[in-house]
Design a protein around this ligand. Structure first.
Ligand SMILES: Cc1cc2nc3c(=O)[nH]c(=O)nc-3n(C[C@H](O)[C@H](O)[C@H](O)COP(=O)(O)OP(=O)(O)OC[C@H]3O[C@@H](n4cnc5c(N)ncnc54)[C@H](O)[C@@H]3O)c2cc1C
Length: 342
């Protein structure tokens, strides 16, 4: 079976790897001149199971996220340590101790690897913390992924199973024959496909509309702010505090994620700086912004965080995930087995 995958972000690379490993002929087609040039390059890379999901409201989704987190550990083992995932844990606190307690209780009851970290331990861990909370919740299994390195690795591994990657190649149409997808076309070539996976994030609409398929993706703007290394400042864990979500890269630079609805780059940069200054001491005059990138996160329109088979076609899939980096390994394994039944 020949599968064509459109897009080489974390989603496209993950499904290409799983399909190629399963023995299928796979072609990845990417408009840019290399992999991971889309929103994947702007992700925070926080791999967690508990953020943005309420265990009591949606236990199935909570279980999925736990499984997705563990899938990163599995790829760590499968790839002999090459999977660029690092277990760092994350420290989370809310505006009040009661809110932090509530967060702790619900995730503890749901079985997450979580513990309380008191003010003394917090001060030792983060000596520059400004207003030390009574305690924080520490999610022990959380970690970080270098999303660009991960995407490149997956495509390299897919290549070792025979997957071909075509860069600088934009797909402009889907070919249909007798109610089935038969391939895709670029400006000057056509590619045959027995199975077609659209993993092109927020840009599916122009490909799906001619087939009468509704766009399955909403776009949610978010920003990644990178700041230069501050001498003497270090963070082990990802910090998710009332004013800031920050992690430190291995070379010492800081990375802050911000919602960016209605904000331009300058406003996002000031928000990130203000959040850091409100949370840590001794940073005044020492924060230098390296880059600000506002990107549109692809969000499945369904209540479920991944979309799959496109309505009316049995060999066309829309592979959209949110949060995409966290879910990609698990979702790709599941989708590859579904496609394998074609
Ligand atoms: C600030 C920020 C922080 C984030 N933090 C996290 C996080 O901590 N954890 C997490 O899980 N997620 C996070 N995300 C979300 C995550 O980045 C996305 O869910 C994920 O990267 C989506 O990957 P993708 O492969 O679907 O899309 P993309 O990376 O955008 O890949 C799509 C690719 O398709 C290509 N393409 C598009 N149209 C065509 C065409 N017609 N022909 C050929 N190629 C085409 C594009 O060039 C692109 O390379 C964050 C996002 C942002 C912006």
């Amino acid at each position: 079976m020949r599968a064509v995958v459109v897009g080489s972000g974390i989603c496209g690379a993950s499904i290409a790897f799983e399909l190629a490993k399963a023995g299928h002929e796979v072609v990845v087609v990417e408009e840019l001149n290399g992999p991971a040039g889309g929103v994947t390059s702007s992700a925070m890379g926080w791999i967690n199971a508990a953020i943005g999901v309420e265990p009591e409201e949606n236990p199935a989704l909570y279980a999925l996220r736990q499984e997705a987190l563990e899938a990163h550990y599995q790829w760590g083992r499968d790839f002999g340590g090459d999977w660029p995932f690092r277990q760092t844990a994350s420290l989370i606190w809310e505006k009040t101790a009661d809110e932090t307690e509530c967060f702790f209780q619900k995730h503890n009851q749901a079985g997450a690897a979580i513990r309380r970290v008191g003010a003394g331990e917090l001060k030792r861990k983060i000596p520059r913390l400004r207003d030390v909370p009574e305690y924080a919740a520490l999610l022990e299994r959380d970690g970080v992924l270098d999303t660009v390195a991960a995407t490149e690795l997956l495509l390299k591994l897919a290549g070792s199973f025979g997957c071909q990657a075509l860069f600088n190649t934009k797909i402009i149409g889907i070919l249909e024959e007798n109610g089935r997808v038969s391939g895709v076309r670029t400006r000057d070539l056509t590619l045959k496909a027995d199975a077609l996976v659209l993993a092109n994030g927020t840009r599916m609409k122009p490909l799906l509309a001619p087939l009468g398929i509704e766009d399955p993706v909403d776009v949610s703007p978010a920003a990644l702010v990178r700041l230069e290394k501050v001498l003497g400042f270090s963070l082990e864990e990802i910090i998710c505090a009332p004013n800031v979500e920050v992690r430190q890269l291995q070379d010492g630079r800081l990375q802050v994620a911000e919602d960016a609805v209605g904000l331009n780059e300058a406003a996002v940069a000031s928000k990130a700086k203000a959040g850091l200054l409100a949370t840590f001491n001794d940073l005044e005059g020492r924060l230098d912004i390296e880059s600000v990138r506002i990107s549109g996160r692809p969000m499945p329109r369904t209540h479920w965080p991944m979309t799959h088979r496109a309505a009316g076609f049995d060999n066309l899939w829309t592979f959209v995930l949110h949060p995409g980096v966290i879910l990609a390994p698990l979702a790709a394994r599941r989708l590859a087995s579904e496609i394998g039944f074609l």
